[in-house]
Design a protein around this ligand. Structure first.
Ligand code: FES
Ligand code: FE
Length: 470
């Protein structure tokens, strides 16, 4: 069986699997168990991964069980108020020490033989410590394994198992500019944002990269959502596409191939205040007020209307309509768990929260009409790509290759990333190619000296002149 590592080419890219010269990608990277196993080692054990939001663990003893790659981890605020992420597997024989989704606890007690761990992951209780271990067991060495690095960025908690990985901010580079629109309050004033309700979790029978690449920039799949358009599920209640703030705006696809992140966004030409939601008077007035404040706080950046995005490798988000975070947790080559958090401004009026609750759950998640359309495609695409014949034929990622599109006029905004103006072309696979370039590097490269290409001046997170063909 060919593997991504074996097919490494001179330039570090996988010629057989991810061929950015021809714009083709082998189906093997979606269906091969060997490549999937390599991803766990090369990708998920090294990259920064999204864990949860600080509002989920606001009090000492609060915990939320999350996932890093295939493995269960516990996000917990200890008794001193510090936030930790540790492996949810007992140091004695590996039993899952916490089998709840979330809660508050003074201690995690292993149900197998009873070792217990404090909220900072330290081993504090061992049955028969005196008689069975003659008090010789060094408890300080047998706590729950803790991640190598953790970062709370504007309330979002991230972690990596790799102590050599760059800091979260370096890993993100200029992409933080776009992530901020998700994590800040709607008015950009720096207030509190919280996770609204529970986290939706469900299984999608396809490889985790299908949704990750869809969110990074698939403007092309609108045909999939025709039924939702006909039902009329938009933020003003008259149609899915009644996102009036996007009308007349310049459509930009922004890729960070040296980091793997990407976003699709819209740049408005004017300063007109258009509330993002206009479903009722109260809702409309609230978002109009936020928009006015947003202009004061963001200045010209308030003209940016951000859209679907992916933080490499498996965190995607929608910053506005609806405002959600998703993590695509791998569960074998043919399956992943989709987890979806909904964010809301803590001080929004109750009527606004109630409206958003309805909008969120009818749009996204397993019961969300729009997400159901997407899942249907991913399920069947994956399934139809598994056969021995199907696997001989690569997928096509050639859209927009070698075509820079019209110049990008960001009107004085120094927007980070490699930007394509796709207003006329409607779509490109510029962002997807950036994602797989980075995927290929992670799968083929052994150390961060090589992976951190931006340190060597090969690439950076700044606007590189708009549209260098990937
Ligand atoms: Fe946890 Fe034995 S497995 S105490
Ligand atoms: Fe979609």
């Amino acid at each position: 069986m060919a593997t991504a590592r074996k097919s490494r080419s001179k330039n570090g890219h996988s010629n057989n699997m991810v061929n950015l010269d021809s714009g083709t990608i082998s189906r093997e990277i979606f269906v091969s168990p060997e490549i999937y196993a390599q991803e766990q080692e090369q990708l998920f054990a090294r990259a920064w991964l999204f864990i949860g939001h600080e509002s989920q663990v606001s009090k000492p003893g609060d915990f939320f069980v999350s996932s890093m790659g295939e493995e269960s981890v516990i996000l917990c605020r200890d008794r001193q108020g510090e936030v930790h992420v540790f492996l949810n597997s007992c140091a004695h024989r590996g039993m899952k020490v916490c089998r709840y989704d979330e809660g508050n606890t003074p201690v995690f007690s292993c149900p197998y033989h009873g070792w217990s761990y404090a909220t900072d992951g330290k081993l504090v209780g061992v049955p028969y410590f005196k008689d069975a271990y003659q008090e010789k067991l060094d408890k300080s060495k047998w706590g729950l394994p803790e991640v190598a690095q953790i970062c709370n960025y504007k309330g979002a908690i991230w972690a990596t198992w790799d102590k050599h990985a760059p800091s979260f901010k370096e890993y993100m580079g200029g992409f933080l500019t776009y992530l901020d629109f998700l994590l800040d309050t709607w008015d950009g004033a720096g207030g509190e944002v919280e996770v609204f309700g529970g986290v939706e979790k469900w299984v999608i029978p396809c490889n985790w990269k299908f949704p990750a690449e869809n969110f990074i920039g698939d403007r092309y799949h609108n045909i999939s959502h025709r039924s939702v358009d006909m039902v009329g599920q938009g933020p003003s209640g008259s149609g899915r596409r009644d996102m009036q703030e996007r009308e007349g705006a310049t459509a930009l696809d922004i890729s960070f191939p040296e980091r793997g992140h990407g976003t699709i966004t819209f740049l408005r030409a004017d300063d007109k205040v258009i509330p993002a939601y206009q479903h009722s008077k109260i809702v409309s007035e609230y978002f109009a007020h936020c928009e006015v404040e947003r202009r004061k706080n963001y200045g010209q950046w308030a003209r940016l209307v951000p859209g679907p995005s992916t933080v490499f490798p498996n965190m995607s988000y929608l910053p506005r309509q609806p405002r959600t975070i998703s993590a695509w947790h791998p569960r074998g080559p043919d399956s992943h768990e989709a987890w979806r958090w909904f964010l809301i401004d803590k001080n929004a009026p109750a009527e606004v929260k109630e409206f958003l609750r309805h909008y969120y759950i009818s749009y996204s998640g397993p019961a969300g009409l729009t997400e159901q359309d997407d899942m249907e495609n991913w399920n069947y695409a994956h399934n139809a790509s598994q056969g021995v014949i199907a696997r001989r034929f690569p997928y096509n990622y050639q859209m927009g290759m070698g075509f820079d599109g019209p110049p990008v006029d960001t009107d004085g905004l120094d927007m980070p990333g490699k930007i394509r103006n796709v207003t006329a072309a409607k779509a490109t696979e510029h962002n997807q190619r950036g994602f797989y370039q980075r995927w290929s590097e992670f799968m083929n490269v052994g150390d961060w000296d090589t992976l951190a290409t931006w340190r060597n001046g090969h690439a950076n997170g700044t606007n590189t002149g708009n549209g260098k063909a990937l």
